[in-house]
Design a binder for this molecule. Structure first.
Ligand code: C5P
Length: 311
């Protein structure tokens, strides 16, 4: 779920800008059920957003063209091995593609300047690019006063990528099925504390999917959500699962090293997010998360930060 940033909007230098905060996500559960005829994989996933954001600012321009400016807004605190973080500035960026698709679908001829302040690491399984694309559909719909329906935005989001519709669903946590675009909002207690670590290297989503071994069987995501919604963290941890993890371990030794580091520490549960390479641990509370993050930093396994799931 995206949010419009009122602080930023009041900036007198750009009074008519629309500013959107685009959150990162974690997969608390991700089971790949099988390969489909269209080349994608059928999956069941529980996605939740965390308090790590990219910021996008959309400003009208009179030229009718699109302009995209990407800034590195710094990474979440700490640790060695920060990854290179430069998304493309031009038409290959998902943000640009989202803007163009929205214009094509609505016949809109308006232009926009889009500025991105990037904090979410890329190629990290945190869906930063997908969240930015969703923010673009949402933000430009407002800026250009298009009144595009939620259904149209959802359809455009699905065309752009499997993870993108989740960010438009209006909930902070959801069960995602199909190739990721069939969304059922879930209600979880806010403010679960997690420690996230991202090694120096990333992984290509398509490559990880190519190497995964599907595991038929549904229902695990709902069981995890039911345990979390009643505050049974330990039971929830028993259901945390990611089919893509084994493939990522084979493709990238840094992820395996992270798994080993997290295994040495008393997390309630731990898992790779999405197709990696980020790895996260679930904690009882913020203090425990801060303490365990410190121990991970001392091991030098990557950039480590503490986050909370969003209300
Ligand atoms: O949908 P998106 O473009 O984000 O997916 C990136 C790649 O991940 C796809 O090209 C595909 O190889 C793989 N993928 C998949 N099944 C899914 C989602 C993604 O095979 N449900």
């Amino acid at each position: 779920m995206l949010c419009v940033d009122p602080q930023f909007r009041k900036n007198p230098a750009v009074p008519d800008a629309v500013v959107v905060e685009a959150p990162a996500k974690l997969n608390l559960y991700l089971r790949i059920l099988g390969k489909r005829a269209d080349g994608f994989h059928e999956l069941e996933s529980v996605m939740t957003t965390i308090g790590l954001y990219d910021t996008l600012r959309f400003t009208a321009n009179d030229s009718g063209s699109l302009e995209l400016e990407c800034h590195d807004a710094g990474r979440p605190v700490g640790g060695a091995g920060s990854p290179p973080e430069s998304p493309p500035n031009g038409p290959t960026n998902l943000i640009w593609r989202a803007a163009q698709l929205l214009r094509d679908a609505t016949g809109c001829a308006a232009g926009a300047k889009i500025e991105l302040w990037k904090r979410i690491p890329i190629a990290a399984g945190l869906a930063g690019g997908s969240s930015d694309a969703a923010a673009t559909l949402f933000g430009l719909n407002r800026l250009w006063k298009l009144n595009a329906s939620s259904q149209l935005l959802h359809d455009l989001a699905s065309q752009l990528g499997s993870d993108i519709p989740f960010f438009l669903c209006g909930a902070t946590t959801a069960l995602c099925q199909g190739r990721g675009e069939i969304i059922t909002p879930l209600s979880l207690p806010a403010g679960l504390s997690v420690v996230v670590a991202r090694p120096a290297t990333g992984l290509s989503t398509a490559e990880v999917f190519r190497h995964c071994r599907p595991e038929p069987g549904t229902g695990g995501g709902q069981q995890l959500a039911a345990a979390l919604s009643t505050g049974r963290l330990q039971a929830a941890a028993g259901h945390m699962h990611n089919t893509l993890q084994e493939a990522a371990f084979r493709l990238n030794a840094d992820v395996l090293q992270l798994r080993d580091a997290f295994s040495q520490l008393p997390f309630v549960g731990h898992l790779m997010s999405g197709s990696g390479t980020s790895y996260f641990g679930l904690c009882h509370n913020r203090n425990e998360a801060a303490r365990l993050a410190g121990r991970l930093r001392a091991l030098g396994v990557g950039a480590v930060f503490v986050a909370q799931t969003r209300p």
